[in-house]
Every structure is written in C-alpha cells, then in structure tokens.
Design a protein around this ligand. Structure first.
Ligand SMILES: Cc1cc2nc3c(=O)[nH]c(=O)nc-3n(C[C@H](O)[C@H](O)[C@H](O)COP(=O)(O)O)c2cc1C
Length: 210
C-alpha cells in the first residue's frame, strides 16, 4: 500500500485524531490505489429511485471527480435518466475486491453543462460517439441487427464528424455523505462517514459500528 494511503487511513481510523481530513482527497487516494490493483476500479453501482419510489441500480463508470462531485455519462432518455428527472438524487457504491474496501456516496444529482459534456464526448473513440446515436438506451430492441443497422445509418450520416446527441450527457452527484469502509477480521470492519448539510458546509466525520 502506498505510504500516502497508509498515512491517511491511519488518521481516518484513529478516533483521537482531531485534524481535518478531506474526503475527496481520501477518495482519490483509494481510487488510485485500487486502479493499480484491478481493472475498471472506476466502476460504481449507481442507485436511483423512480417516480413511484421504486429503487433501481446499475453499474456506470466514474469519469471525473471535481470539487462539485462525482461525474458519469449516459443517455439522458434511459431508465436512469428518467429516474433522475423524477428524483434528482442518487447513491453510489464502489467495491474494490482487490482491497476489500468500500466507498458509499449519497447526494443530489446535477446535469453537467453542455460545454463539459461536449468536451468529454469529443474525447471518446469514434465508435462510442456513433454508438451514442445508435443506442436508444433502455428502450425495447427487436434484434441486434436493428442496432447494427442504426450504427451503419449514423456512420453514413456523420462520417468522422459526429456531433454529441442532445440526449447524451453527464450527471454530477454532489455528495452530502461519503462513507469509507475497510474490511476487518471477524467482520469487525472499520467505517467512517463524512456528512455535511450541503456543498457550502464543512464536513463532519463519525466512526460507525460495522
Ligand atoms: C462495467 C460497466 C460500466 C458501464 N458504464 C456505463 C456508463 O458509464 N454509462 C452508461 O450509460 N452505462 C454504463 N454501463 C451500462 C449500465 O450498467 C446500464 O446497463 C445502462 O446504462 C442502462 O441502464 P438504465 O436502463 O438503468 O438506464 C456499464 C455497465 C458495466 C457493466
């Protein structure tokens, strides 16, 4: 384990440590360590709730962690997009098997700006940019051929200059809770939860029973 993470975790799980710990910095260190040890360490479970209060969950990829929060990209007309329109709040879960560590995050969800979405969309491979047009994500599909026909149609239409579809963009979860969890012997795990009322307030941290 890198000495940076070791030092941060020592502070995190030391109840006598009264100094500040920045949960964003801690998260970045944990993700960096997990990324050294396993593929797709940026994969997370994204939980949303639909207009009837029914929960839903799926895996997406974390693409950016900014001061505002945690950003992923998707089709805004997908099930998750519709659920976020009805209920703009989400919970995220990371589980890194290589470390046996978990991070849980909850917060309000805010769409990224068109400029931010454009910049990320342009960085994607051509096939992924075409795919964003071809896939009516989460809608019924008759056959794989129907999807491939749509891919061919948009390839012919756009060539290499593929604009971002208006319905493809990003969302940022602005956290009010971030929990760090480390596996412990006999299920005596270590848990510390950071909470704040909103993004303008300071974080408070609390150790939790496992
Ligand atoms: C490892 C992994 C990464 C994924 N990343 C994304 C992603 O970043 N964005 C996305 O829209 N779907 C991603 N998916 C697909 C989603 O899990 C899901 O099938 C899709 O977004 C439709 O979800 P929905 O019907 O709840 O909207 C990923 C799936 C896996 C297994």
């Amino acid at each position: 384990m890198s000495s940076d993470v070791q030092a941060l975790n020592a502070q995190l799980f030391d109840h006598t440590f009264k100094g500040e710990i920045d949960p964003y910095a801690l998260f970045d260190q944990w993700l960096a360590l997990a990324s050294e040890k396993e593929p797709m360490a940026n994969a997370l479970s994204l939980a949303t709730v639909d207009g009837n209060g029914m929960p839903d969950v799926r895996v997406v990829l974390l693409k950016e962690r900014t001061q505002d929060g945690f950003t992923f990209y998707t089709n805004t007309r997908s099930s998750k997009g519709e659920e976020l329109a009805a209920n703009p709040k989400a919970a995220l879960g990371f589980f890194w098997k290589s470390l046996n560590w978990q991070v849980r995050i909850r917060g309000a969800v805010v769409p990224v700006s068109a400029e931010v979405a454009d910049a990320y969309y342009k960085s994607r491979p051509l096939g992924s940019r075409i795919g964003a047009h071809a896939s009516e994500q989460s809608r019924p599909l008759q056959s794989k051929q129907e999807l491939m026909d749509r891919v061919a149609q948009f390839e012919a239409q756009y060539g290499e200059d593929v604009p971002r579809p208006a319905h493809w963009s990003g969302y940022t979860i602005e956290p009010i809770e971030i929990e760090f969890w480390c596996d412990g012997e006999y299920r005596l795990h270590d848990r510390v939860r950071f909470t704040r009322e909103n993004s303008n307030q300071p974080w408070t941290r609390q150790r939790l029973f496992p």
